[in-house]
Design a protein around this ligand. Structure first.
Ligand code: GRF
Length: 204
């Protein structure tokens, strides 16, 4: 399966996919990595693995729609079939979501539907988790639909929130889970083992 990846930051989730393609665990090929942030270390990770990795500035475009049209164009040019959002912090346009309907996978650092939606990304997810005092948190891999973090759930895995946890210790523990379930989710997709029935994802 030809994969396109969108990133905004360090790219540790991207790296886990790259590593698992190299070992043959994921039957896929990353054709293009696009970042909306020029300094995203994930671009370096891609280049180090010989993957075409480009920065596309939002400022070059008049609107979110035009920016997303450019993203679509670049991915289609390389026959990308699956889009993976690996720490991508922008919202996709309706056109993008329709263009790649049921072929966009996102990783979110909480157990959706808790601590998700607008404003819940990166560290402030973990800050809210600590503030609320929940005893478990975790990560979710899901298909992207028109909402924010609302699409059909593919995989989830939980971890315990311990009394001594801080944002940093929680972030580190959750990131490990993210790497594990994102790789598994992409692997299952590439093996054509995922089907969607309404809101439910069936793993065959
Ligand atoms: C992390 O906060 C992760 O929870 C979320 O995106 C951020 C960066 O991840 N998915 P990465 O290291 O860039 O993959």
């Amino acid at each position: 399966v030809k994969i396109g990846v969108l990133i905004s930051g360090g790219g540790t989730n991207l790296q886990s996919i790259i590593d698992n393609i190299k070992t043959g665990n994921i039957n896929g090929e990353i054709k293009l990595i696009i970042s909306n942030k020029e300094a995203a270390y994930g671009l370096t990770r891609g280049k180090e693995s010989g993957i075409e990795s480009i920065y596309i500035s939002r400022k070059r475009f008049d609107s979110e729609e035009d920016y997303n049209s450019k993203l679509i164009e670049e991915f289609k040019k390389r026959d990308v079939e699956l889009i993976v959002l690996a720490g991508y912090l922008k919202v996709l346009s309706k056109e993008f979501i329709h263009e790649f309907k049921n072929r966009i996978i996102n990783i979110h650092p909480s157990l959706i539907p808790s601590f998700c939606g607008k404003g819940y990304y990166g560290e402030n997810v973990h800050k809210e988790v600590l503030n609320y005092g929940v005893k478990i948190t975790g990560a979710t891999v899901h298909f992207v639909d028109e909402g924010t973090d609302t699409g059909p759930i593919i995989l989830q895995e939980s971890i315990e929130v311990e009394s001594f946890d801080t944002i940093d210790t929680l972030k580190a523990k959750v990131l490990e889970v993210e790497h594990k379930i994102l790789v598994q989710g992409v692997k299952l997709y590439c093996e054509n083992r995922l089907s969607i029935e309404g809101r439910k994802v069936i793993i065959n």
